[in-house]
Ligand binder design. Structure first.
Ligand code: ATP
Length: 452
């Protein structure tokens, strides 16, 4: 289970090992925006590819899409974001910092705002009246700034899927039920971002919208709910006791939803409710979105079932997971500290399929042909598409520790002993067990264990 300082430890490990850096750090950072370093970009790519494989490549009934970030401004009126996508904002009269009223209330447990202390300056009850604050970033398209040229940076990728529903259905000759999946950037001007990459202002979403005939939506909802939980445990390897469902109460449902469950992960610390934070939403959006787009665009978006001779607006089951947030969950899930022979070691127990590097390749010493043999193994694995790192700097113990922190599942040491018979030792990250194997078995050994 997570300790309360886990996120702080992850921030420091991520910087030290090159997973995540603060955006524009040399200028003092940008508010809650993060950059992925050499290992982070690989980890996040592996998470996204695992999602794409499960949601698109392994299925005949789901198609991929990559819609643009900038869309027609009417899209956001139709979706309800212009009118509804806002949070209640209050300002502290003493320090003028702004906070979400609902977050202050739920975190303090106090009944009235008059009793709540400002988390920034500590003054109690000096709050302004709440003001609705729209979370969409606005910008202008073309050379003229003004209302007519206003466009928004999309706050969710889903709308790009809805407006392309018939394009995809007809071009891919799909029949209902079928889905459209997309991975892409989304932007929200969050009032109280924080907790590292948990809540940021620029993030990536992995969303799949599944179109079904009305009346079959409850069954499809239950199926996707179960399937998505299986993905988190089976594919990402998240610990089942750190995952749970949270059902939205009827009065807390979003304006478009008939039913909604969040998949929550236990991060610990100040995330969400007692350390549990949403990583994915599974929603029954009904026909709300397509109906609204029909209304606002004046175009028919009905599905025509030629076999049954019916036409209707499908219901939509949405699964929406944040790529950054779930990557943070993967890091939090894998992080552990252990004592080995009186020394502390930090290990990122990532699933080998997700690990940025699959192996570290170490010549024991920089002589007697060991660097050359190690270099040849490094090249050979690279050619086979197995990401690996050649490292000959420092003691072998230090090299192991560096790769433990990077989550690299295997380290291969080329020593003098194995030179004659062409063998190497492979050390396994989690058990620290070492096995001597023949050099030509290395690719198979790794491929068998990396899996998917
Ligand atoms: P929250 O309640 O945490 O604000 P939400 O219910 O608004 O999230 P959705 O609109 O359902 O979130 O978005 C789907 C997913 O996108 C979330 O489960 C989360 O993983 C991710 N996500 C949403 N907002 C952010 C953010 N500001 N930073 C990082 N990821 C986010």
């Amino acid at each position: 289970m997570a300790d309360t300082q886990l996120l702080d430890k992850l921030v420091s490990l991520c910087k030290r090992r090159g997973f995540v850096f603060q955006s524009s750090e040399i200028y003092g950072g940008t508010g809650s925006v993060w950059d992925y370093g050499p290992l982070g970009v690989e980890l996040k790519r592996n998470v996204k590819e695992a999602w794409w494989r499960a949601m698109v490549h392994e299925r005949d009934d789901i198609e991929g899409l990559d819609a643009a970030i900038l869309m027609h401004p009417r899209v956001w009126e139709a979706s309800g974001h212009v009118a509804e996508f806002s949070d209640p904002l209050v300002e502290c009269g003493n320090c003028h910092r702004r906070f979400r009223e609902d977050t202050l209330q739920s975190e303090s447990g106090k009944a009235t705002m008059a009793e709540i202390r400002c988390p920034s300056c500590g003054v109690t009850g000096q709050w302004s009246e709440p003001r609705q604050f729209n979370l969409m970033f606005k910008t202008f398209m073309g050379p003229v700034e003004g209302e007519a040229a206003t466009v928004y940076l999309r706050p969710e990728t889903a709308q790009g899927i809805f407006v392309n529903f018939l394009n995809v259905q007809q071009s891919a000759r799909q029949k209902i039920p079928f889905g459209i999946a997309q991975i892409g950037k989304a932007f929200r001007n969050e009032i109280t971002p924080g907790n590292f990459t948990f809540r940021t202002r620029e993030f990536e979403q992995m969303e799949m919208q599944y179109f079904v005939e009305p009346g079959t939506d409850d069954a499809a909802f239950d199926e996707w709910k179960a399937r998505r939980m299986e993905w988190h445990t089976g594919v990402l390897g998240l610990a089942p006791d750190r995952l749970r469902f949270h059902e939205h109460a009827p009065d807390k449902l979003a304006h478009y939803a008939k039913a909604a469950f969040d998949v929550e992960f236990f991060f610990g610390g100040s995330v969400g409710e007692e350390g549990w934070g949403e990583v994915e939403g599974v929603h029954n959006r009904t026909d709300f979105d397509l109906r609204r787009h029909e209304e606002f665009s004046g175009k028919k978006l009905q599905y025509v079932d030629t076999v049954a001779g019916k036409r209707y607006l499908p219901y939509i089951i949405e699964t929406s997971v944040g790529a950054d947030r779930i990557t943070l969950a993967v890091l939090a899930n894998g992080y552990r500290e252990e004592e080995v022979e009186g020394e502390q070691r930090v290990v990122l127990g990532l699933k080998p399929s997700l690990a940025p590097l699959k192996a570290g390749i170490f010549p024991l010493v920089k002589r007697d042909g060991m660097p050359e043999r190690a270099g040849a193994i490094h090249e050979d694995l690279r050619r086979r598409g197995i990401p690996n790192l050649y490292d000959d700097a420092g003691s072998i113990g230090k090299r192991y520790r560096r790769q433990d922190e990077a989550g690299t599942p295997f380290c291969i040491t080329i020593d003098g002993e194995g030179a004659a018979e062409g063998t190497v030792t492979i050390r396994e990250r989690d058990t620290m067990e070492q096995t001597r194997i023949s050099e030509d078995r290395i690719p198979d050994f790794l491929l068998e264990r990396i899996g998917a």
